[in-house]
Design a protein around this ligand. Structure first.
Ligand SMILES: C[S@@+](CC[C@H](N)C(=O)[O-])C[C@H]1O[C@@H](n2cnc3c(N)ncnc32)[C@H](O)[C@@H]1O
Length: 311
């Protein structure tokens, strides 16, 4: 299957990243290389790009796309290990880092990856890195009901989390889950028809929740962002695209902390945190895609761009 992904807010990301010709940049979520391409277009011969992705298929697509470009380095890794990646490359600081969080259209559209509730016979996998970790099938076949409920509620913001979790546990007693279709059958019967008509596909929130759990998308995100900031040169930029409120909240809080001198609770009589601002927001409010982009690419609709400049 051909790797296809429409990069979102490319011009806005490049403005926020403020690419310098001779700088070193990291694309933490290279995907199909759309944003990387835009960075490369702005780099001169002495500039350098590090492309990271945890998905080998994405990284291979980028290698193919940028074949012959000597100033790109490809690293299969989790961006949470950015410090190790840069240490291994002998790079102390960089001029800009971007991360376009979540999954690519290729991952959603490729039935073998098991991310799509539209692919009824696809294996229930959902791992971005298929060489490690548990699959969505493992989660629904082995987690206890309470854990399933909490995942659906917290990561999917699913109002029918309790009944879906209960029906998952009932279902697997007769037949363990194998395919995306098996799970859709359960969400379909757990959500009242009137609600389904209003909010679209019954499995949308459940699939989002499982994907976040399988890939541990929120665990350690705050620490990863702080590590990224720590590896920026003065005036270097960190640009993050988020796609749902859970990850956006983490980015927003982290960036606010980064630009605040003291983060003691308001009740503390004197500062005991010794925290000092390390950056400032590039834009006070998050940037969202234009109405035109949202119309052309429905996957862009929930996207928010936040950027921080290192002091
Ligand atoms: C939305 S896509 C990026 C698309 C890319 N900006 C483009 O223009 O084609 C997200 C990519 O990030 C990767 N990814 C998600 N979480 C990751 C993580 N923790 N570490 C490394 N890569 C990750 C996914 O495998 C996926 O390829």
């Amino acid at each position: 299957m051909k790797f296809s992904h429409n990069p979102i807010m490319v011009a806005e990301c490049m403005d926020a990243l403020d690419v310098k010709q001779d700088g070193i940049y990291v694309d933490c979520t290279a995907g199909g290389g759309g944003h990387s391409q835009a960075i490369l277009d702005r780099l001169g011969p002495n500039g350098r790009l590090i492309d990271i992705d945890r998905d080998i298929e994405a990284l291979n697509a980028c290698k193919q796309r940028f074949e012959g470009k000597s100033n790109v380095t490809f690293v299969k890794s989790n961006y949470k290990d950015i410090c190790r990646v840069l240490d291994d490359l002998g790079i102390d600081k960089v001029d800009g880092i971007m991360a376009d969080l979540g999954i690519s259209s290729y991952q959603i559209d490729n039935p073998e990856r098991g991310f799509s509730y539209m692919e009824s016979t696809a294996p229930l996998d959902m791992r971005m890195d298929q060489s490690v970790g548990i699959t969505a099938k493992d989660v629904v076949n082995t987690y206890d009901e309470r854990s399933l409920f909490e995942i659906l509620k917290d990561y999917g913001e699913e109002e029918f989390a309790r009944v879906i979790a209960s029906n998952i546990v009932k279902q697997r007693q007769t037949k363990p889950f194998e395919t995306c279709g098996d799970l859709v059958e359960v969400t379909d019967k757990s959500i009242p028809a009137a609600v389904k008509r209003k909010r679209g596909h019954s499995a949308k929130k459940t699939f989002q929740a499982l994907r976040i759990e399988v890939n541990k998308e929120l665990d350690g995100l705050d620490k990863a962002l702080r590590d990224m900031v720590s590896r920026l040169n003065p005036n270097g930029r960190l640009v993050i695209l988020t796609f749902h409120s859970l990850e956006d909240r983490i980015v927003k809080r982290c960036f606010n902390d980064c630009q605040t001198d003291c983060i003691c609770p308001p009740s503390a009589p004197i500062c005991v945190c010794n925290h000092r601002a390390v950056g400032k927001l590039v834009n006070k409010k998050p940037i969202v895609p234009s109405a035109e982009e949202q119309q052309q690419n429905s996957r862009s609709c929930s996207c928010k761009l936040r950027a921080l400049q290192k002091l």
